[in-house]
Design a protein around this ligand. Sequence first.
Ligand SMILES: [Zn+2]
Length: 274
Amino acid sequence: MPCTVADVLTVAERLWPADGAESWDAAGLVAGSRTASVERVLLAVDAVLETADEATGSGAQLLITHHPLLLRGVTSVADDRYKGAVVSRLIRGGCALFAAHTNADVVETGTSAVLADRLGLEDVAPITASAGDPVRGIGRVGRLASPTTLGRLARELADLLPATAGGVRAGGDYDRPVSRVALCGGAGDSLLSSPAVRAADVYITSDLRHHPASEALQEARLGAGPALIDVSHWASEWLWLDTAAAQLRDALPGVTVEVSELRTDPWDFAVVQR
Ligand SMILES: [Zn+2]
């Protein structure tokens, strides 16, 4: 019997239970029919014109993204605007759209857990554990197998993550010793005041704004708080796609599951000042 969108959603619910999503989130099936057959799935961080075209062009019947396309209210899906164009192109191309967002962040193999694993962190725990579940939750904190320095860790991240115009930025002394690492894939400035982050030597996340970053680094200068490493939001979550794809392949034999290599980080270039 051919695999259907509903069959993939059943597997997705096991991997990333919907009740793990934040109350404001909009994870789940965004477009398409549950009864449609699925032979090919494409995974991407973002549902944008480029990934929608890649999905339909490659013959995928399902695009799974991390970010929900319709998170905030829309009043039109006319195809001369971004969200309408993405939905229209997917529907015309016979491709459903599904999002696994904060429900995919909190699981043991979620976005932050994958980044922690790739950095070789040990004794890993969530920064904020889900209620009644000490292994699930937002962000991860752990210990490096071998202590390093802030500068060397930033270099390691730059080599680990896919290339983006913004690269990797760090706040703190280049030679600051680093052993305890807190991290949160995606925008994690809301965790800056968490005890687990405050107790870490460095906090890795993305989308750090001036005031939260500046204030945290002033605290660090006074000896109480982590150095900061700011990476691309897209890059920090893109690493998770390989893990998710492997899990889907295991659960859905006969279905081709691929990861989009397109860079959907919004920045195309940066100029170095002289
Ligand atoms: Zn994100």
